[in-house]
Design a protein around this ligand. Structure first.
Ligand code: FES
Length: 169
């Protein structure tokens, strides 16, 4: 018995639409799973919030060059580090550093890699660096203010002269 085109095509279209449904459903479930994992890891979007309730602001990012084990930064009035109390994430080819302007002509520089599980520290609130992953907090000299981290952040020597901050790495 001969089948018409419509009789043949309808089951095919039905199979294709079921396949498309399955593909879409699987994609949606994958995205939900990724979102849940990111949320569980604390890697979701938005400002990092520390367990202490500090509403950390994202640190401003400064790009700088590293040469001969030194990172040099010009601190002028337009720099995110110009004011006492400010802080920034300084990115270089030799790594990323947390720099804080702690007093007139005085700065501290720390590694930006958290000592808990090596996340990049990107938040800052009330003179405290805040890790976005599990909320560890560090003072501007690297001491642990709040866990889960237990080890301090490595600190680097700094010099400030003629408007130029030099970090020895
Ligand atoms: S990696 Fe866990 S608090 Fe920073």
């Amino acid at each position: 018995m001969a089948h018409t085109d419509t009789e043949v095509l309808q089951p095919l279209q039905s199979i294709q639409s079921r396949r498309a449904f399955c593909v879409r459903t699987c994609q949606a479930l994958s995205l939900l799973t990724v979102g849940a994992v990111l949320e569980a890891c604390g890697g979701g979007s938005g400002s990092p919030t520390a367990p202490s309730g500090l509403a950390a602001q994202a640190l401003p990012v400064i790009n700088a060059t590293a040469a001969s084990n030194n990172v040099s930064l010009t601190i002028d009035s337009s720099s995110p580090l110009s004011a006492v109390g400010s802080a920034a994430l300084v990115q270089t080819s030799a790594g990323s550093f947390l720099v804080a302007h702690v007093a007139q002509d005085s700065f501290t520089a720390l590694t930006a890699i958290c000592t808990h599980l090596t996340c990049f520290i990107t938040g800052y609130a009330n003179q405290t660096f805040v890790c976005p992953c599990h909320g560890s907090e560090f003072s501007t000299n690297g001491a642990v203010v709040r866990g889960p981290a237990v080890a301090p952040l490595r600190q680097y020597a700094t010099q400030f002269a003629n408007g130029v901050l030099t970090v020895t790495i």
